[in-house]
Ligand binder design. Structure first.
Ligand code: OFO
Length: 164
């Protein structure tokens, strides 16, 4: 059984995962219209993963005797300032999500909720992988430089992190 505090923060995470999915969907759609087919494919896949993360929170809350609440989501941006800045934004967003997952870990310890503590570890690992895979993309972009963004676009799907 979840405490009210844990139920609340898990519900807040539903909103964050859903927003992540929509943010990457907005980025994917933008990249597609700009002609970056590979980047768009990577972002569409990332968006689908975030949706799966959101579903995990919904099911866990309901299974543990809480009530998952599906919120309204803020509208993500519609324009992005190029591929490099876009991936910087992705990394910044993933760091924000990691901090949020870490806060859930801390709260579950404080509330002696060892079931949630155990369950949330999957997300701790996932965030390490996601940050590393986005950092690898940023490093690659730096190496290739502006003139090679098209080569990067062709190869990006081969950079999907381990376990994807
Ligand atoms: Fe990008 O990760 Fe969800 O949790």
């Amino acid at each position: 059984m979840l405490t009210k505090k844990i139920e609340l923060i898990l519900n807040e995470q539903i909103a964050k995962e859903g927003y992540s999915s929509n943010l990457y969907l907005a980025m994917a759609s933008w990249a597609e219209t700009e002609g970056y087919a590979g980047v768009a494919q990577w972002l569409y896949a990332q968006s689908a993963e975030e949706l799966m993360h959101m579903m995990k929170f919904i099911h866990f809350i309901n299974e543990r005797g809480g009530k998952a609440i599906i919120p309204a989501f803020d509208q993500p941006p519609t324009k992005f300032e190029g591929i490099k800045k876009l991936f910087d934004q992705v990394l910044e967003h993933e760091r924000f999500i990691s901090a949020s997952i870490n806060a859930i870990v801390a709260h579950s310890i404080k509330e002696n909720d060892f079931a949630t503590h155990n369950w949330i570890q999957w997300f701790v690992t996932e965030q390490v992988e996601e940050e590393a895979s986005v950092q690898a993309i940023i490093d690659k972009l730096k190496l290739l430089g502006d003139s090679n963004v098209y080569m990067f676009d062709r190869d990006i799907m081969s950079l999907r992190g381990a376990g994807k």
